[in-house]
Design a protein around this ligand. Structure first.
Ligand code: PLP
Length: 404
């Protein structure tokens, strides 16, 4: 039995009001709210453990290091990675892609080599490849989609050439909600001996992810989208790949030994973690992952699926709403336009009713170009959202529509 009202009690912010209206928070795709246990973990670490990790022989430093490394084990277990050597802590998905584009690009790509991305990528899985293109003259190829928002797998297969070095694709679209068939896409890439990076920013908070079952070579997510703190995220990589990649940034932690003549690098995963890590953030991230695991990722996914189906039915009832994305496999993201109302006006007026939705291009301008629009309003669901909140959104939309 999924007791959403009980879960809501774990999130203090959900009981606040906005303009004297109960908060309806539907901007979970951008970031999620934090349960009390996650904030408590941070406060507790700062108040009673805080010391820099890895370099200390004193009690606090050793305790902080233990917490940080236990967190790596929690992430490993959450993703079902083989080893903690495969878990690199980053600032988030964006930094994970930049790390990969830089290091993989340095090691394995030269002018004319190709990376395959999809038309529905977030800018963070486009621009790092463009930076590499500027640096090295690589070629970016794009998987197209149909009007339902499903990637065309036949076209995808045709994009492979002897110059293809990597596929870099989003697991769940932050605009369309499409759950891409990444397992199948990875199989196809591996037939061509091409490794695959998966952007899991919108997948990890909503479904169980098993990197071994997917056979993903690289996988990334952000802590703040899975009820954890801002400023910390993960790049998973198969050890045999990570071993072959050069470091991304230089500094403390990532070295073996340094002299002015020659520096050697630390082993995995530290080779990719220059400088003081966000060790308080990693503790809190582990706390968030334990929290969602205790609820059950399947249970969260099922609840959000139910909410999404309910919202889609209610949208149909009121009519004159265009929902972008209608894939057979879809998650709890609804991008929509209402009549001729500009999405900014819609978002601003909904805000006055206490309803937080995102508006704009959602960092996916190439996808907007494909859809022939400038932007949408977007409601994205989290584990604590309710059908009553969907009803409030529908009532809000009706109200705004009457005003126009
Ligand atoms: N990829 C997808 C699909 C996203 O939705 C987002 C954020 O919205 C990102 C990447 C970037 O995540 P972050 O800003 O946490 O690095």
């Amino acid at each position: 039995m999924y007791d959403v009202n009980k879960l809501r009690e774990d999130f203090p912010i959900l009981s606040r009001t906005i303009y004297n209206k109960p908060l309806v928070y539907f901007d979970n795709g951008a970031t999620t709210q934090k349960p009390r246990v996650v904030v408590d973990a941070m406060v507790n670490e700062y108040y009673s453990v805080n010391a820099n990790v890895h370099r200390g022989v004193h009690f606090l430093s050793m305790r902080a290091t233990e917490l940080h490394e236990e967190s790596r084990e929690v992430v490993r277990n959450f993703l079902n990675a083989r080893s903690t050597n495969e878990i690199i802590f980053t600032r988030g998905t964006t930094e994970s892609v930049n790390l990969l584009a830089y290091s993989f690009g340095e090691a394995f790509m030269k002018e004319g080599d190709e990376v395959i991305v999809s038309v529905m990528e977030h800018h963070s899985n486009i621009v790092p490849w463009q930076l590499l293109r500027d640096r090295k003259g690589i070629v970016i190829k794009v998987i197209p989609m149909n009007d339902r928002g499903e990637l065309l797998l036949d076209e995808y297969e045709k994009l492979f050439s002897p110059r293809t070095k990597l596929v870099s694709v989003v697991h769940v679209s932050n605009v369309l909600g499409t759950i891409n068939p990444v397992k199948q896409m990875i199989e196809i890439a591996h037939k061509h001996d091409v490794p695959v990076f998966v952007d899991g920013a919108q997948a990890v908070p909503h479904m169980p992810v098993d990197v071994q079952a997917l056979d993903a070579d690289f996988y990334a997510f952000s802590g703040h989208k899975v009820y954890g703190p801002t400023g910390v995220g993960v790049l998973y990589g198969k050890e045999n790949w990570l071993d072959k990649l050069p470091p991304y940034q230089g500094g403390g932690e990532m070295i073996g030994s340094v002299s002015f003549e020659r520096t050697t690098y630390n082993e995995l995963p530290y080779k990719f973690e220059a400088g003081t890590p966000d060790y308080v953030g990693t503790t809190a991230l582990a706390c968030a992952l334990r929290y969602v695991s205790a609820i059950g990722m399947d249970a969260i996914g099922n609840w959000e699926h139910e909410l999404t189906q309910y919202a889609l039915r209610r949208f149909e009832e009121i009519g004159d709403i265009r929902v972008f994305g209608n894939a057979a496999e879809r998650g709890g993201v609804l991008s929509f336009q209402v009549g001729n109302i500009h999405h900014f006006d819609l978002g601003t007026l909904l805000d006055r009713l206490g309803i937080a939705v995102r508006t704009g291009h959602h960092c996916a301008q190439p996808l907007m170009q494909r859809l022939g629009i400038e932007g949408t309003a977007r409601a994205s669901f989290g584990l604590y959202n309710t059908k009553e909140e969907v009803d409030a959104l529908i009532a809000g939309i009706e109200r705004v529509r009457k005003m126009f």
